[in-house]
Design a protein around this ligand. Structure first.
Ligand SMILES: [Zn+2]
Ligand SMILES: [Zn+2]
Length: 195
């Protein structure tokens, strides 16, 4: 009887030690898992410490509480979603609408064909289309007529425009007048019929 009792208590002791070790290992690994998880989900140091403390103190119920309260998305997922939202916004902004009638217009149109609202203006030097508020051609750097860059006098602004574009090309004087080709008189004179 004594032997049986002592061996039973030995078994109980081993079982308890095993269970204790298992629980301790589980406790530590849960803390470690929460630490890794919250690190992916929050940059806030206070949040991280709180999550670990809740798990360490409450053990399994603490993990449940953590799972309920943790941020739904990881930082990586949030970043991806921000990128997607920006791409969507960009796509929406890319659809150009006429400010006059609200219809879709193409990027290369100067005037809305529906309501005749001016949409773009061509650079007077390189001819590419500029937005209406721009006062400087982004392609060739020419100031739009009547506009000047900061710290630039009007003369300087105009000087950067090629001269032949500023001055209206005059007609070359003394150009040969259009020569009128004299009507050719039929060379064959009517030969008098002398018979
Ligand atoms: Zn329009
Ligand atoms: Zn230009």
């Amino acid at each position: 009887m004594n032997i049986d009792l002592s061996s039973l208590s030995n078994y109980m002791l081993i079982l308890t030690a095993w269970a204790g070790a298992f629980l301790a290992a589980l406790w530590l690994s849960l803390i470690f898992w929460v630490y890794r998880d919250i690190r992916l989900r929050s940059r806030d140091v206070f949040m991280r410490i709180l999550a670990i403390l809740v798990t360490a103190i409450l053990f399994l119920p603490g993990v449940v509480v953590y799972l309920i309260l943790r941020p739904a998305r990881t930082l990586e997922e949030e970043y991806q979603q921000t990128l997607e939202e920006e791409a969507l916004l960009q796509a929406i902004e890319d659809v150009q609408l006429c400010p006059g009638c609200g219809r879709r217009v193409k990027e290369v149109w100067q005037v809305c064909p529906n309501c005749h609202t001016k949409l773009k203006k061509p650079c007077h030097v390189c001819g590419r289309l500029m937005e209406l508020p721009w006062n400087l051609c982004p392609y060739c750097g020419t100031p739009a007529p009547g506009m000047r860059r900061e710290g630039m006098t009007m003369d300087e602004a105009l000087r950067s425009i090629p001269v032949e574009m500023v001055e209206t090309p005059k007609e070359a004087e003394g150009s040969p007048a259009v020569e009128e080709t004299p009507l050719e008189v039929p060379g064959e004179e009517v030969a008098g019929d002398h018979q």
